[in-house]
Design a protein around this ligand. Structure first.
Ligand code: ATP
Ligand code: MG
Ligand code: MG
Length: 554
């Protein structure tokens, strides 16, 4: 019986398993190049590679595709490990590096030279590109194409010994300069790089190209299904060509492609993300505005929300642009279930309850999370002076303003009904203090609390509230698809309001006490927040993960 609701990749894999291919084994791999931090696009690949292995009882390798020392670094290796774990996947001891295969890859290159399937080309990359031809026009054969095996062997070995400068020579596969598939027109297998490698140091001076390294690495590792994104479709015949040098009937890895994740109002290219980091346009790879996994984590997104979003968009064979609203919806949906509720006032104005005894403090009980049974309650202090949001008071309110106004009544959530009796203004006419009286019978739980008033406000006790800073984040770009605006520099499309820092917000003591990075909080009526890692004792900083409701106007 076939499981229902399989995506097309799962269907293809299931067919292979049922046909007993590769001895009925399933082994996938997630192959990041350690040249940047992972982003949410990678999360889609991770969910596929690890998810499909879990689903069908297979295994998934983590393979660092570290074939270009110029851009790679151990910092990236460490962050990649952390991010995959955060998403909830584990590769156990199946951690591999393409660089571990450099000796085997080199040996295979030597064998192909001996068999007349590869040659050293002395031309520059510009000359080689100029001879490529077009999809309708055959390319031109290199003048070095018919070198003797001996000369090719000698030159390739000397390339690796460091005798030639970078760019002076390359090793090319000798396939077909007239092929209708451009990737078959004598693709480059090896180039010279003199930058030391973060794992192999200066052992190698020649480094394999993606097309030569990837399929072979899959083969060496026993990978059965090499799942990647659609831009590799035209590379697939070359993948198969190189893999055939090693594979046979009993075991042959297979490449399958799905559509990339592209999100509105952000960019997904590592090159561009690196540029934002290098130029200080964001505060690092884990800036909460970044689409990186570390950025989403710091912002307060949960792994469950990210995975639910990826499940919702699914896997297809067609490129698409996914709306960031869908991701935000998944985040709200999950945080609503798990966030601990509390009160914080972002833009405070003081309210003095004139008929409440000076010096008296009582506590009111607040539910931690009405969505989660057994999440309990906490105590919140109430006293004569409180803060409410400045926006929750209007001196001359329009009709249907159900918050506080002169002579009007509102309920303070969890506490009493109060009535506004007056205000104090500074010399510029700004409201400094609001005066109210409270109705002692209306405390939540007392019979008088049944009295209906239209508005309910959040509040904190002025004396007890903890002073903190809020970082209010918005979308990083103000253009729906920055990558599509090829005429413009993507940096011009950054949203100048993507970060607003609000100092002196007032947070109820319980929230300040339980806050820690990644722990989800809901500031009632405001949004979801989590503590930022930059916080210090007495200097709390809260990241707004997302507002309670979507208020984005394009
Ligand atoms: P870039 O092109 O920005 O450098 P990349 O695709 O080269 O990114 P890798 O580290 O090579 O980055 O990617 C590792 C894996 O993640 C690959 O299998 C790749 O197909 C997949 N991947 C990368 N970006 C996306 C995306 N936006 N959606 C889905 N999968 C992706
Ligand atoms: Mg790349
Ligand atoms: Mg890549």
């Amino acid at each position: 019986q076939e499981p229902k609701g399989l995506n097309f990749v799962e269907q293809l894999v299931l067919e292979d398993l049922q046909a007993g291919k590769n001895g009925g084994r399933l082994n996938t791999r997630f192959p990041p190049e350690p040249n940047g931090y992972l982003h949410i696009g990678h999360a889609k690949a991770i969910c596929m590679d690890f998810g499909i292995a879990e689903k069908f009882g297979g295994t998934c390798n983590l393979r660092f595709d570290d074939t270009n020392p110029v851009k790679e670094d151990v910092e990236y290796v460490d962050s990649i490990r952390e991010d995959i774990h955060w998403l909830g996947f584990d590769w156990g001891d199946r951690e591999y590096y393409a660089s571990d295969y450099f000796p085997q890859l080199y040996d295979l290159a030597i064998r192909m030279i001996k068999e007349g399937k590869a040659y050293v080309d002395d031309q520059t990359s510009e000359q080689i590109a100029a001879q490529k031809g077009t999809p309708t026009q055959p390319g031109t054969e290199s003048p070095y194409r018919n070198r003797s095996v001996e000369e090719n062997l000698d030159l390739f070995q000397r390339m690796n010994a460091g005798e030639f400068e970078e760019g002076a020579r390359v090793l090319r596969a000798k396939i077909d300069m007239a092929s209708s598939n451009m990737h078959f027109r004598d693709p480059i297998m090896y180039r010279i790089i003199k930058t030391p490698h973060h794992r192999t140091g200066t052992t190698w001076k020649v480094y394999p190209m993606y097309d030569f390294a990837h399929g072979q690495s899959d083969y060496f590792e026993g990978v059965t299904h090499s799942i990647c994104t659609l831009e590799f479709v035209p590379h697939r015949p070359l993948y198969e060509y190189f893999v055939k040098e090693l594979a046979d009937e009993s075991y042959c890895p297979r490449q399958i492609e799905f559509n990339r994740l592209n999100l509105t109002y952000t960019v997904m290219s590592k090159r561009k993300l690196l540029q934002l980091v290098k130029e200080g346009l964001v505060a690092g790879w884990d800036d909460p505005r970044m689409p990186t996994i570390s950025g989403l984590r710091r912002r307060g997104f949960t792994p469950r929300a990210v995975r639910n979003f990826i499940d919702a968009i699914g896997y297809t064979k067609y490129e698409a642009l996914n709306s960031i609203s869908l991701l935000e919806h998944a985040v709200r949906d999950d945080l609503n279930k798990v966030a601990t509720r509390g009160m914080a006032v972002i833009n405070p104005v003081k309210v003095i309850i004139t008929n409440y005894p000076e010096g008296q403090v009582e506590t009111v009980e607040m539910e931690n999370n009405p969505e989660e049974e057994g999440s309990g309650t906490h105590q919140m202090p109430f006293s004569r002076e409180i803060y409410i949001e400045r926006d929750d008071f209007m001196e001359n309110p329009p009709k249907k303003f159900f918050r506080l106004a002169p002579d009007g009544e509102v309920r303070l959530k969890g506490a009493y009904i109060i009535k506004c009796t007056g205000v104090k203004k500074d010399s510029d006419g700004n409201i400094e203090e609001i005066y109210c009286t409270y109705d002692p019978d209306t405390r939540s739980g007392l019979p008088g609390s049944a009295r209906k008033v239209k508005g309910t406000l959040h509040w904190v006790s002025a004396e007890h509230a903890i002073d903190a800073t809020a970082r209010i984040y918005d979308r990083l770009f103000n253009v729906e698809n920055p990558a599509a605006e090829t005429e413009r520099d993507f940096r011009e499309m950054l949203n100048p309001d993507s970060l607003k820092v609000v100092e002196h917000i007032k947070v109820e003591p319980y929230l300040a006490e339980i806050a820690k990075p990644g722990f989800p909080l809901q500031f009632q009526r405001i949004g979801y927040f989590t503590l930022d890692q930059d916080s210090k004792p007495g200097e709390l900083i809260f990241n707004r993960t997302i507002a309670l409701k979507d208020s984005w106007k394009a």
